[in-house]
Design a protein around this ligand. Structure first.
Ligand code: ZN
Length: 142
């Protein structure tokens, strides 16, 4: 069975994925295809590992630094009240981290972001707005 994220990594390697923010040594930071939570992004490990604990050293530690760099940049641009970072992998078991910036204005601030997932499709990002958001995040990641 093909892995959806291995396919996306391959597409990104070939320059064919339009929402790439940054290529790191071990991962790709991609802007979320919906922006229900403004700034929502996903960090995808290039190699297929099922669990964080499966990733050998020093790749795991370096990947952790890539996570921190990604989160910091999104925080700097969007100034959320809180950053929610989640790695679940029940649907696609290829290590990836979701970055959900959460804002003061969110009436469901105390709930996990996934409780709103039925509304995500209504907040699909346009290519123009994705381009602007990607540039903003890139500008703080030297
Ligand atoms: Zn995979």
């Amino acid at each position: 069975m093909t892995c959806l994220l291995c396919e996306r990594v391959k597409l990104t390697d070939q320059g064919g994925y339009g929402f790439l923010i940054k290529e790191f040594k071990h991962s790709y930071l991609m802007l979320g295809e919906h922006q229900f939570f403004k700034g929502y992004s996903v960090l995808v490990l290039k190699e297929h590992y099922r669990e964080m604990t499966d990733i050998p050293s020093p790749i795991r530690e370096e990947f952790f630094q890539e996570m921190m760099t990604s989160s910091k940049a999104i925080e700097e641009v969007f100034k959320p009240k809180k950053m929610n970072m989640c790695s679940l992998g029940n649907v696609v078991d290829h290590v990836h981290w979701h970055f959900f910036p959460r804002y003061e204005s969110d009436p469901q601030f105390f709930d996990p972001p996934w409780l709103r997932m039925k509304e995500f499709d209504g907040a699909k990002i346009t290519p123009e707005s994705a381009k602007l958001t990607i540039e903003k995040i890139r500008s703080v990641m030297k």
